[in-house]
Design a protein around this ligand. Sequence first.
Ligand SMILES: C[S@@+](CC[C@H](N)C(=O)[O-])C[C@H]1O[C@@H](n2cnc3c(N)ncnc32)[C@H](O)[C@@H]1O
Length: 426
Amino acid sequence: MTAETGYVGPHLTRSGRTSDPWGRYYTSPEVSRSLIERINVPKPKLVLELGSGSGALCAAAASRWQAARLITVDTDKHLSVRECAHSLGQPTQHSHFVHDALDEDLPNKIGLRLGTVDVAVCNPPYIRPRWRADFGSILEDAGLSGTLVSLHDAGADLLFLAQNLRLLRRKGKLGLILPDGLVTAERFSGVRRALLRQHLIEQVVQLPRGIFKGTEAQTYLAVLSKMAGETDQLTLCQMGPDGQLSSAVDVPQELAAKRMDYAFHAQAISAHHLQDGYRRIQVGEALTDVIRGSICSSEIGGFPTAVFHLGDFAEPDGENAIRVVPKRFSLSDRAAKTISRNAHLALPGDILLARVGRNLQNRLALVVHGPCVISDCIFALRATEEHRERLYRFLESEAGQRARATSAHGVAARFLSKQNLLEIQF
Ligand SMILES: C[S@@+](CC[C@H](N)C(=O)[O-])C[C@H]1O[C@@H](n2cnc3c(N)ncnc32)[C@H](O)[C@@H]1O
């Protein structure tokens, strides 16, 4: 191992050389800057780049975080970061190590402790190294062992990701360039599910094809905050060839585990839920009121009128059917006036859904015939005319059921808070 200490500057990418015959696709200054800008950390003390190549990412990092200590690692002895040291404008403290980034003992070799890095940036090599025992330990430490159907699927991209996770501190940020496989392939859905459950993946940006010279491969930028909570909803967007970002879509965890590419989800959303001209909004924006029932289950039997409760929802009957609250629950206007002194009522046009219960995502109904009394396990959503039908159809759809399921909390007794409900996007 050799260690070099020097300075890095803003012009580290070798001009005119963005790829080589060994599949090492170097990041352009624009993409590097875009990734670094997305990492929301004002003053990291320690920034790491594994597989630093000729230093495009660490140069962008050094120019943003000028006071940070920077550590880079690459096996390629010919890619000397020192050659570019003279171009440095800022006095960043930098150590470069020529070493195998996938050595289990890397922390000792580069003088770091596990779990200490504030920010890691990485554009991993897209190769599949011959399997070694230390890869198993690296995956295990990163909480990713058992997520692969076959160990043959563990490419350098996944192993670099895992090694970065080992080295990052809790709530440390990882900014990655990812290949299409990890983001969309079925065989990596276990990896994606584990990452979404263990970490806060802040965003995934689909890059334009051809952004890495010499390859048409589809790639992505991703920013993850280590163990900063579960990713309930993943924010996806797409960068156009002009560098402009599309509007974002939020995808619930279960769907994000299936795939994390913007193009797929944006297409699915427009095909299934949004008619032309609609923009995605939060449920809260479509409502004038949310009424929570006031009659608890022990009071239902003794209540003078029928009370709509969890068991009264009809079974789902396909995305196009509308489940209507049966007539026997509806009150005359006079009765409603009297009862409203003692109980919260749902009114015609209100959308009823369960706020508690194991299968709360399956329970939905529309009030049509007249006002009705609802139990305290039910929310009545009073939507504006403009949004009512679309909101009902969304909540009845598979995506709407998933959104309710993933927004709910609790393991045995699940419940959907008003706040979480209002924040669901449709
Ligand atoms: C895709 S290139 C990225 C280079 C640079 N980070 C960038 O974004 O332009 C991957 C880099 O990883 C290096 N590399 C490949 N295997 C490695 C290993 N086992 N340990 C350390 N570096 C490795 C390659 O030499 C190459 O420079």
